[in-house]
Design a protein around this ligand. Structure first.
Ligand SMILES: [Zn+2]
Length: 318
């Protein structure tokens, strides 16, 4: 019987459990949206490409600006309506990456990327889901200003939730790119397969992952990616949970997969390392206690939770 570890209380998965009520019916209510400026509790996130602007605080920094503060910061590009937060309107406003970069010189602001904000806990956790929503939406607008059908400039409508082409009348909707991310587990339940991308820190090992392709089921994408990257055929696939991942606009779909073989053939274009790990080792890596200093991703990332749920299982995961 494989070991089951108890690593204590499970940490929160970053960018999930949003407190935003999206109130989609309000997106067409231009009078109501315009009147939100008069609500003293309306707040706005300010994003310039990969950079988020924060008001410097003594503890956590504050990412939620008043509308008049935002207009004074830099010229605004798009404004998108995220929804209601505790009953009050919340928006995302774009500024150019160059404007965001220029704000780094201000003593009263902190300007940094969302990964750093999440990992270092620079804002209180309730801001992470709406920041992810705002960042993904503003990225989509920045890259979709022209109609993919006829090439004409499009107009933002419905408070940012659609772009309309005035020439050919085609409507364009914000995109989310599905990515499968999986821990493939040996048939006896004792070993999990982790890989290393060349982009990772030198000690980091994580789950394999890849984009779901058109015409492909999630389970088939898990099997294809594992075979392509590791030469391992997978049998059963079990969905665990998902996570918005606004880098730039993905949805991570977490799974466990059953390995049908253990010999490995690494895809050297995608990976610089690939090996099986025991639960012992993964438990130590998750808790940052591995004797060789090896690590798994931090709790803000879904890979941490996918690996942990196997480590804490008794092996009967299928
Ligand atoms: Zn068009």
């Amino acid at each position: 019987m494989p070991l089951a570890f108890d690593l204590g209380q499970r940490p929160h998965l970053g960018y999930t459990q949003s407190r935003i009520d999206r109130v989609a019916e309000r997106r067409l209510d231009t009078d109501w949206l315009a009147s939100r400026g008069a609500d003293a509790n309306t707040r706005t996130y300010v994003i310039g490409g990969e950079l988020i602007v924060l008001k410097k605080g003594s503890g956590a920094h504050d990412p939620a600006f008043r509308l008049d503060e935002v207009r004074a910061l830099a010229p605004n590009t798009e404004t998108v309506f995220l929804g209601l937060f505790d009953g009050h309107a919340r928006f995302g406003v774009g500024i150019t990456p160059a404007s965001a970069e220029a704000l780094k010189t201000r003593d009263d602001l902190v300007v940094t990327d969302l990964r750093s904000i999440a990992i270092q806990g620079l804002v209180t956790p309730e801001h992470l889901p709406p920041l992810a929503e705002a960042k993904a939406m503003l990225h989509w607008h920045a890259r979709h200003r022209f109609c993919s059908n006829c090439g004409a400039a499009t107009d933002m409508v419905e408070a940012g939730w659609k772009r309309a082409c005035p020439a050919c009348k085609v409507e364009h909707f914000p995109r989310t790119d599905p990515v499968v991310i999986m821990l493939t587990i040996s048939a006896d339940g004792n070993k999990g397969l982790l890989g290393r991308s060349g982009r990772f820190a030198a000690t980091m090992w994580s789950c394999l992952a890849g984009f779901v392709e058109p015409g492909e089921a999630i389970e088939d994408a898990v099997r294809r990616e594992t075979l392509e990257e590791a030469g391992v055929k997978c049998g059963r696939v079990r969905y665990l949970y998902s996570q918005p991942w606004p880098f730039p606009m993905s949805l991570m779909i977490g799974a466990h997969a059953e390995a049908l073989n253990e010999d490995l053939t690494m895809d050297k274009n995608e990976l610089v390392g690939l090996r099986w790990f025991s639960k012992d080792e993964c438990a130590a890596m998750l808790m940052r206690k591995h004797p060789e200093g090896l690590t798994c991703p931090p709790p803000v990332a879904i890979a941490h939770h996918i690996i942990r749920s196997w480590v804490e299982s008794n092996g009967a995961i299928f």
